[in-house]
Design a protein around this ligand. Sequence first.
Ligand SMILES: CC(C)(COP(=O)(O)OP(=O)(O)OC[C@H]1O[C@@H](n2cnc3c(N)ncnc32)[C@H](O)[C@@H]1OP(=O)(O)O)[C@@H](O)C(=O)NCCC(=O)NCCS
Length: 156
Amino acid sequence: MKILLLDAQACDVLRGQLADLLMDALDLERRQALCYWQDVRMAVAAGTCRLLAASHDGTLIGTVQLDLCQRADGRRRADVQALTVHSRARRRGIGGVLLRAAEAEACALGRDALRLAAEPGSGAEALVHDLGYARVDGAAGSHSVYAKTLLMPEAA
Ligand SMILES: CC(C)(COP(=O)(O)OP(=O)(O)OC[C@H]1O[C@@H](n2cnc3c(N)ncnc32)[C@H](O)[C@@H]1OP(=O)(O)O)[C@@H](O)C(=O)NCCC(=O)NCCS
């Protein structure tokens, strides 16, 4: 398995596979899935989003996004969004690998304050708890909000 950091061009090349992955996770029509990834592509091109994907034998099996906060007081913040693993590839550690890869990318960008939303009682909640995320006040719809502060390498 490889973890890829997708740029806008890669989003174009892989748009069909990205749509397949989203339609596996959500009850969406292809047109809606393609529109979703077009929005993500624009955010990637604008530099406000990092998109990482897990690939096995040339097929995408999972993705995660890092939404980079653009507020002046949020330069160290990133929101982990849409962590998704294909239903046929779950419980093999791929979700954990993707989340750790997103953390490494956040660290490289100097963003140590991570947040994400997970459904209470879900597998995602178990996963993020295992990786050191702690529940914080607030909610995102029916989801609870979790936070983690990354340990950044000290400047020499
Ligand atoms: C949540 C999700 C990304 C997990 O991906 P995954 O590749 O299956 O996760 P992993 O195999 O890395 O799981 C690591 C650990 O998390 C926990 N976990 C993951 N899925 C679980 C589930 N369905 N039930 C209970 N625990 C679960 C377990 O502790 C697991 O370790 P184990 O398999 O040794 O018991 C995947 O189920 C998914 O895409 N769900 C739909 C979208 C979603 O809910 N995204 C989360 C947004 S935060």
